[in-house]
Design a protein around this ligand. Structure first.
Ligand SMILES: Cc1ncc(COP(=O)(O)O)c(C=O)c1O
Length: 480
């Protein structure tokens, strides 16, 4: 086995230099003639007509040294040999040597429209040339225009927008609103959820890997309605009953609110059991609470079938939080709610220095325009099922794949060592993760046990990219 890995590593290392620029016409089959079992050439990145600039900055090793010296010890990096990514263009990234990678994780789902999208770049640079400071104390059209455009994307009476700088801030604000509006304290979130790393949102977060042992502040974690791993399968009403039980037996009978991602992101692209949110929203509202949808990863058309993830469950939340894709990489977040709920914040000064600054607002508005102009939602509806089907085909041939799930371009592949017990294939996931990088694919890894590949590329990801990803996974798995 060790010898097979050494051979594979050597052949992949040799192939790497040839793959570096992915020049059409380079045949890699020669690199794989060292062993008959590795006769098949590795799959190749789809062609892409773009030449990255020559990089003259510090090397990855130098950057790593400096990070270790000057940045917090909690900072982690992907890959045994961390990548020094220095340029991006649409769905591709380039490292310091100019090697191209398919970005199947979009910088943790932040890049919605593509790296350095020209329209968004243009909006940001033009605004930067004119003015950039915190301007809600003066008038500026950018924040008002952006708020109007975002409100137009919301259903029901979700018409009041607050801008913040991150997903954690958005969820902090949403939780504060819920508590002030209802006069209740207790919140309910789901196990396996991630809602942020600030001191309050870490309480909503239920993934132990991310949680510091601090007081959680009146937060209950309900059973995760996970159709694959949950004990009730896809039976939404049994999971909803758990929320009812929390309210009845764990609180005074009243709650401030319920928050859920509509597809869990960090938790491993887990779609909630169909019909779950509808039932839970009813229960929570009867207990005096408001319902918060965390759209930090699922919003802006990524699910393909809908613009917002909550629409896949046919509900309208009272508060919606968003970040990441809203800014195509800019530090930007938002909370959208009803005028009635928003009115509770009017009793004090509610202020966020950089929230809705002109540059981020111009960029965010450009993101909304690009998603519409380039029909990114319907693109996700087209490419997502193709990718999922390719992955399900692989599942037929590789026992390691326990589950393929997701919607549009928000996809999870869960690896297990045995399908019956669903034992997480942690080591195999880690090896394949490195192998995919060797083949030129940067993917996300997550889930409670770290055994889920998270595929959430920029929404310009194509069917050719999907084929390449599936072939690379097949290629690596066949050699495990
Ligand atoms: C669903 C969800 N909510 C909230 C957050 C927190 O966002 P941020 O890291 O911008 O604070 C994240 C981050 O990964 C997330 O995935």
């Amino acid at each position: 086995m060790a010898l097979r890995w050494q051979l594979l590593k050597r052949t992949v290392d040799n192939a790497k230099s040839a793959l570096r620029h992915n020049q059409p016409g380079i045949s890699l089959s020669g690199y794989f003639s060292t062993s008959p079992s590795f006769a098949d050439a590795p799959p190749r990145l789809p062609p892409f007509d773009y030449q990255p600039r020559p990089y003259r900055g510090p090397s990855g090793d130098e950057v790593l040294l400096k990070r270790k010296k000057f940045l917090g010890p909690s900072l982690f990096h992907y890959y045994q040999k961390p990548l020094n990514i220095v340029e991006g263009k649409m769905q591709y990234l380039f490292d310091e040597s100019g090697r191209r990678y398919l970005d199947a994780f979009a910088g943790i789902v932040t890049v919605s429209c593509g790296h350095c999208h020209p329209d968004i770049l243009n909006a940001i640079t033009e605004q930067s040339k004119l003015l950039q400071h915190a301007t809600t104390i003066y008038l500026h059209h950018a924040i008002a225009d952006f708020a109007e455009a975002l409100a137009a994307k919301m259903p029901g009476n979700l018409k009041v927008v607050y801008f913040v700088n991150s997903g954690s801030e958005a969820n902090e604000l949403a939780m504060m609103m819920a508590r002030l509006y209802t006069g209740n304290l207790e919140m309910i979130s789901l196990r396996n959820a991630y809602h942020g790393g600030s001191s309050n949102t870490i309480g909503l977060t239920a993934l132990n890997t991310w949680k510091y042992p601090l007081p959680q502040g009146e937060i209950h974690h309900a059973m995760n309605p996970d159709p694959y791993r949950g004990i009730f399968g896809s039976d939404a009403s049994l999971y909803a009953k758990d929320v009812q039980d929390h309210i009845e037996y764990g609180t005074s009978g009243k709650v401030a609110g319920f928050i859920a991602e509509t597809i869990q992101g960090v938790g491993g692209a887990v779609e909630l059991a169909p019909g779950y949110l509808k039932q839970v929203y009813d229960i929570v509202r009867k207990a005096g609470g408001v319902c918060i949808a965390d759209e930090v990863q699922t919003g802006f058309g990524r699910t393909g079938s809908h613009y917002w993830g909550f629409q896949t469950q046919d509900v309208i939340p009272d508060i919606v939080t968003m970040a990441k894709g809203i800014g195509n990489g800019l530090p930007l977040g938002a909370v959208v709610t009803t005028p009635e709920i928003a009115s509770v914040l009017a009793s004090k000064i509610q202020f966020n220095t950089y929230g809705g600054n002109p540059v981020c607002s111009a960029g965010g508005r450009a993101v909304l325009n690009v998603i519409d102009k380039e029909k990114r939602q319907s693109h996700c509806a087209d490419v997502g099922p193709h990718l999922i089907q390719r992955l399900r085909d692989l599942q037929q041939r590789h026992d390691l794949i326990g589950d393929v799930r997701g919607r549009g371009l928000m996809v999870g592949v869960e690896l297990v060592t045995d399908r019956k017990n669903k034992t997480p294939a942690k080591a195999e996931t880690a090896v394949l993760f490195e192998q995919l990088r060797e083949l030129g694919i940067l993917i996300g890894k997550g889930g409670l046990h770290g055994n889920v590949f998270r595929i959430k590329p920029p929404m310009c990801f194509t069917k050719d990219d999907a084929d390449f990803l599936a072939e690379a996974l097949d290629y690596s798995m066949s050699r495990l």
